[in-house]
Design a protein around this ligand. Structure first.
Ligand SMILES: Nc1ccccc1C(=O)C[C@H](N)C(=O)O
Ligand SMILES: [Zn+2]
Ligand SMILES: [Zn+2]
Length: 217
C-alpha cells in the first residue's frame, strides 16, 4: 500500500507586487524596472535593472533606519525573519493601534506578530492615514518575548512623526520590523513566516519577499 504523500503546506504570498504604481512614501521615487537589453537577432537575452527606495513595497527596516549606530540590512541576523508567527486582526483600531485593540490572549507565546490594519490593502494609492502602532504595544510585545513586529501599514509610526516612538521602542527591545505586508487574504492564526532581507551593504531597509506557510497539524 503506497503511503499517501504528505500534503504540501499552503503558502500565502503577503508581498506587494512591485511596479511603477506601487504606493511610495511622499517624495520617494517610484519603483522602476528598466530593460537594458532585449532578445533579438543580435542579443540572446533580456536584461533589466531596478530602481527603488529601500522602503518600497513590503520591506524590512534595518536598525540603521532609526539608529545611526544600528546594523545595516547586510549585517542583521536572519533568525527574526523566519519562524513561527501569529497574524492578528486589528482592523477595528482607530488612527493608532493601542493596547486595548490587541488580542493579547491570541499572542501568548508568539515570537513574531503580524498586525492586519486594512480591510483592503491600498495597492495603488498612497494612504497617509495608515494606522500606526502605539509604542506601549511594542513594549508590551517585547516584554512577552516578541522579536519581530510586522504590519500592513507603511510604517509603525504616523506619517508625520518626528519622534518615531514605535521605532525607538523596537530599538530599545532589539526587535525587528516588517512593513507594507499584504494581509487581506490570510485568516488570523499561527503560521511560519519567511521574509528575508536582501544583503544590501549600508542599507537602512531592504525589500523582502514575505510569505506565510501554513503549519501542518
Ligand atoms: N521613505 C521614507 C522617507 C522619509 C520618511 C519615511 C520614509 C519611509 O519609508 C518610512 C519607513 N517605511 C519606516 O520605516 O517608517
Ligand atoms: Zn520602513
Ligand atoms: Zn519603519
Amino acid at each position: 500500500m503506497r503511503r499517501r504523500p504528505d500534503p504540501v503546506p499552503r503558502i500565502h504570498d503577503i508581498s506587494q507586487p512591485l511596479h511603477p504604481r506601487v504606493p511610495v512614501w511622499p517624495g520617494e521615487p517610484p519603483f522602476a524596472y528598466t530593460r537594458l537589453a532585449a532578445i533579438g537577432p543580435d542579443c540572446p537575452i533580456n536584461v533589466g535593472s531596478i530602481a527603488a527606495g529601500v522602503h518600497t513595497g513590503t520591506h524590512a527596516d534595518a536598525p540603521l533606519h532609526y539608529d545611526p549606530a544600528g546594523a545595516d540590512s547586510a549585517s542583521c541576523s536572519l533568525d527574526p525573519y523566519i519562524g513561527p508567527c501569529v497574524l492578528a486582526d486589528v482592523r477595528h483600531a482607530g488612527a493608532t493601534v493601542g493596547e486595548a485593540d490587541v488580542p493579547w490572549q491570541v499572542l501568548a507565546g508568539a515570537e513574531r506578530v503580524l498586525l492586519r490594519t486594512y480591510e483592503s490593502f491600498p495597492s495603488e494609492r498612497w494612504d497617509s492615514a495608515f494606522k500606526a502602532i502605539d509604542a506601549a504595544v511594542i513594549a508590551r510585545m517585547a516584554a512577552m518575548g516578541v522579536v519581530l513586529i510586522g504590519t500592513d501599514a507603511a510604517s509603525l509610526d504616523p506619517e508625520q512623526s518626528k519622534t518615531l516612538d514605535a521605532h525607538h521602542a523596537v530599538q530599545s527591545a532589539g526587535m525587528r520590523i516588517l512593513e507594507g505586508l499584504v494581509l487581506d487574504a490570510v485568516p488570523p492564526g499561527r503560521y511560519e513566516l519567511i521574509a528575508l532581507p536582501l544583503r544590501i551593504v549600508g542599507a537602512d531597509a531592504s525589500p523582502v519577499r514575505a510569505i506565510l506557510r501554513e503549519l501542518s497539524e
